[in-house]
Design a protein around this ligand. Sequence first.
Ligand code: BMA
Length: 339
Amino acid sequence: MTNVKLLCGALPNIPWQDKPAGQTLPLWRYTQNPIIRRNPVPGVARIFNSAVMPYQGAFIGVFRGEQTNGIPFIYLGRSADGVHWDFAKDKIPFVDENGAPFMPPYAYDPRLVEIEGTYYIIWCQDFYGASIGMAKTTDFKTFTRIENPFVPFNRNAVLFPRKVGGYYTLLSRPSDSGHTPFGDIFLSQSPDMVFWGRHRHVMGKSGNWWENLKIGGGAAPIETSLGWLLFYHGVTGTCNGYVYSIGGAILDRDEPSKVLYRCSTFLLTPETDYEERGFVPNVCFPCATLQDAATGRIAIYYGCADSYVGLAFTTVDEVCDYIIAHDNAGEADKELGRR
Ligand code: BMA
């Protein structure tokens, strides 16, 4: 056992189920999955690819709601236990810096991160092409858009939960205008959440067949004594379309564009009905985690088949041991990623 420490607070009310007998991979599913089913809100057909965090003794989240007109948007949800969720019936009403309504044409795959008392929501939206949108809030009542960090095309932006080396730090995946049959994870930094630079390559698609087409950031990296634990998605192409699995890597704490360990196998791949069947079959798409430093427990929220939200569990020791034991990070992963 590596005895890795989670460098975060205690979360005694983290959703949890013990590892079932016979489990070989280090992530196991909640037995009551999916926790969010179809038609969860009037006018919303499906909620998936969504992010949650602890808030005022309970939980809050930003949810990708696919409206009945087919257009995705972001909805706020609250939960006492992290499992049963109540959703606002209206989309999050984003405003500009003057308080005037400022809604993106569409918005999907939100992530949610707190840094120094401000909560940031990061998503993919139209910016004359798919790119990244961002907003901040301190009270989950007023949601103020901030500058879009990148020009199109880009997806899967994931903010680190603290500044690294004095800079806000963001992972993203430059892409194309369609269903992007390629893509690596890059890192960018900013002194102010407005101007982004210091771009670095983190890691690319790999020779591991389950992630040999493209990869993208998943949940906000989790700080541990070993490094930043990153759950990401890896995609392979088949004769019947893409398959999205959950992968794991550990990034250097001070230079997170350097990959210390990268797991050669997936940690979770579509194999249940709710992952294999849905609007888009064969998708496991992680967007958030909860963690409890006191026990090492981690709960992973992931989109299932672009139709549902699922919950999976692991512990920091369990998953880090597995990643290290199955590490095959390559030279391009380990380097700083600057050319
Ligand atoms: C990606 C994103 C995700 C989606 C996945 C599978 O390109 O659009 O939101 O879950 O495709 O459809």
